[in-house]
Design a protein around this ligand. Structure first.
Ligand SMILES: [Zn+2]
Length: 317
């Protein structure tokens, strides 16, 4: 119960991003290849699945069986080489619930070959969803949220992912609620309707008894990509943006040649998109100290942080 508003909904509904891996192509200096766990109201999405992901899930006390969806951005090894090990552990630990796997075409063949040659027959279904990479696609939707792909610009077909909560119901303002309202009248209020009598006459207007809905939150994951300003429109106003920053601006040439971005470019995109916050990661193994990359991004977009292993970013509403 939220004492401040008299609302019976929980004060906060979770929306957290846990960074499991923030390194670029090579693991380096304690940094693991790309992986993040996104949890939204008990829905668990593993986003990219680099080598070592199981160790990282254990280290940060995340239960692998709660992961219902694994989203792979593209088929460079540093984004999926932790997957086979994770699937085998789920099998060994007796998982039975379905697992949805989203990636560019081909990952299903890779998984199938591993299972065939090891003669393993998991007791859970792996439901493969092949992704396109040229236009945004809604790949998940339920009553609370949608997940869509973000077409990125990389050496291989590659997409990011945009998590967006749906508009929430208005909140009952208990301090103004008259006594004696029926349950169905309260339910109607939550849906935005007025309270009427049995003849349809309005007894109370909705706005007299309710408060605006809580904010709908959003998170965009963009790795790997060259600077791609066209995506700013799709992710306009996101609360948090993770964007790769493989290099510093002094290596801009190399970034462009390899289909990657600099910290300054990541910050420019965050600024173009009007993001609330920027997390940078997928950093090259050439950098031991990441302060210069962080400083470079902050000069353009001050609300930037490093996506360091173990960091939990909580989006509040
Ligand atoms: Zn890549």
């Amino acid at each position: 119960m939220n004492l401040e508003t008299g609302n019976q909904q929980p004060a906060t509904i979770s929306f957290t991003i846990t960074i499991l891996g923030s390194s670029g192509a090579l693991p380096a200096y304690g940094r693991f290849p790309s992986a993040q766990l996104v949890e939204i109201e008990n829905r668990y999405f593993l986003v990219d699945c680099g080598e070592g992901v199981q160790m990282q899930l254990m280290r940060y006390h995340a239960n692998m069986h709660r992961i219902g969806h694994i989203l792979i951005s593209h088929l460079h090894g540093d984004h999926y080489l932790g997957l086979v090990g994770l699937l085998f552990s789920m099998h060994l630990l007796g998982r039975t619930n379905d697992l949805h796997l989203y990636s560019q075409p081909g990952l299903d063949e890779i998984i199938t070959a591993h299972l065939r040659y090891s003669r393993a027959a998991p007791a859970f279904r792996i439901i493969f969803h092949p992704l396109g990479h040229e236009t945004p696609q809604t790949i998940f939707e339920d009553d609370k949220l949608t997940v869509e792909t973000i077409p990125l610009t990389h050496k291989l077909p590659c997409t990011g992912f945009l998590f967006r909560e749906k508009t929430k119901p208005r909140r009952i303002d208990k301090t103004r609620l008259p006594a004696g309202l029926l349950l169905q009248q309260i339910a109607a209020l939550k849906k935005g309707y007025d309270v009427t009598d049995e003849d349809g006459n309005i007894l109370y207007r909705n706005e007299e008894l309710t408060l605006p809905p809580r904010k709908s939150r959003s998170y965009a994951y963009c790795s790997d990509t060259a600077f791609a300003p066209h995506i700013a429109n799709q992710i306009k106003g996101v609360d948090a943006l993770y964007h790769e920053a493989t290099f510093g601006q002094d290596e801009a040439e190399r970034a462009h040649l390899t289909g990657h971005s600099t910290a300054a470019e990541a910050a420019t995109l965050a600024s173009l998109a009007g993001a609330g916050k920027l997390l940078i990661g997928h950093v090259s193994a050439r950098y031991r100290d990441l302060t210069p990359l962080l400083d470079e991004a902050r000069q353009i977009f001050p609300n930037t942080d490093l996506a360091e292993e173990g960091k939990v970013e909580e989006l509040v509403c």
